[in-house]
Design a protein around this ligand. Sequence first.
Ligand code: ADP
Length: 607
Amino acid sequence: MTLREHIQVFRRAVKWMSSISRRYTLLLVVSSSLSAAVVYVPIYFSARVIDALVARAPVGTALFYAALTVGIVFAVQLLNGFLSSEKDAAFNMVWIKEEWSYSEKAMQMAYRSIEDPEVTKLRYRTRLENQTGQNLFYLYRDVELFTWQATKIASSLALTASFFTVSSVLAAWKLFIVAGVAATMAVRVYVTKRLNGLNRDFTASSVHMNILGECFNDYIGSYEAGKDIRLYDMGGFLADADLALNREYWGRNLENSYRKAAWTVPVTILDAAFKFGIYAVLIYAAMQGGVSTGSIAKYVACIMLLVETMANVVETFQKSLDNNHYLQRYFSYFDIPNTMYKGSLTVEKRDDNECDVEFRDVSFKYPNTQAYALKNVNLKFKVGEKLAIVGKNGSGKTTFLKLLCRLYDPTQGEILLNGVNIQKYDYEEYMSIFSVVFQDFNLFSLMLGEVVASSRDFEEEKVRECLRKANFGDRLEEMPDGVRSYLYKRYDRSGIEVSGGEAQKIALARALYKDSPFILLDEPTAALDPISEYEVYSNFNEISGDKTTVYISHRLASCRFCDKVAVFDEGRIVQTGRHEQLLAEGKGKYYELWNAQAQYYRRESRP
Ligand code: ADP
């Protein structure tokens, strides 16, 4: 990193810190300067006590200094105790805000970034580095350390300044002390740089292991994986894999520690030799006279603290520079741009339904892939119509929905709503016209009403109505707390466990509650039993009302209920038309799929 980059990162970090909590920073400064300064109170007054005793002053004088020492230390400790609880409370807020900033960023990112493995890796990595105390947390620690060290240096200098004016001590000895402090610092600068380099290399080479370890922990500890782990007896396998990973990690960690020790041991020896030199100089000064006994004790303590603290400053400063590498990566996560083009047009709401949606020669490739998931798709349907999408797995049906609701933009071609490219509409407003149920929907463990409304506030009657329409009415009746029941048992012992089919019904109710003009459903009945499936499709008109509905279905019989069917095959639309019309053709993909399913049902119904 260049100096300019260091300054930029540092400035940004300071801004970030003050936006998160100024109060916490202030508390750190006050409490650490107080704890550093209080160390010097006994040093200063002990010198006074010794001098008073040597001068045979009245005992009251020595006792007065002793009382002052104890009193001041006691008052500072009392104040710091209070500040410490304030600090803990402020830190909790910092932690919550910092965590939230990740979630907020994830929600603001373009969907394609969320699916990008590089982004996932960056997110994992920066979060792991946070947990090891790097990034923003290190910076807070820096504030604390620098304040502490600055106070100690200032106090040490203030209490030793008089030593340099003592005429009986040779100038060469005074110079020895100054040169020694400078030399110790220079050695520390070099060694700390080496140690930081070793640490950085170790962290970089362990990223993969750390991420894998984290995934193991997440999986082993996750509620959802509990059943699979037990039924497939995966415990032993997971434990072995985790153990092997840990062994490798700790083995490399040990190697790294040896490498670091090769640098730290010589520095410690040098430090010790220098400290002995200082003692020798001061003993010599005392023997020459001109310095009081109390002052000698004070100088020894202060110069030792000064040397130690100066060396610590170097370490802190270099670690702080090193942390800038982590911070740079940390900020790069927050800098991931939202690449979706965000238009500004208002989505026109027309009551006459005289509007249409058109896919015009749309092709699409997922990021970092070569194959087209959709190729030259052309399709037009009217707003208010019900469109069914059918086709084999992997033929591009879900991708079609993702493009329609702008989770992705086409690689080529355009999608038009009322003749206007959908990219030109205000992004948030355009997204809001869709209620979508994808197959991999996720329901959070909140109150059922909150889940359906996707909000803390919900209209109870509307929630009930939507759940009834989604065929969840009977189950709802059985629940003692109704829409106020908690979903799953993650946070509430009395929470309700729902089956995959029931979860799908709740997801459908959530889409209905949103009451958007477009409903997009990716196999809305895939997890339902045949009776529930029949009921959903029988009520389909009531469920979808006059809304534009696009749904992917594997049950071709359900296509009877819609105005148009689009048949997908290998990323292309190979047929469009009404159900009866496509069957009447007597050939083609739809006819093939229909016959395959019909044969299956006929075979199943034989005695
Ligand atoms: P369908 O819904 O018809 O089963 P999809 O639209 O999900 O098919 O997938 C179409 C093609 O795109 C498949 O080949 C699938 O592997 C690929 N695909 C789907 N999602 C992704 C993704 N996130 N990244 C890369 N390829 C994907």
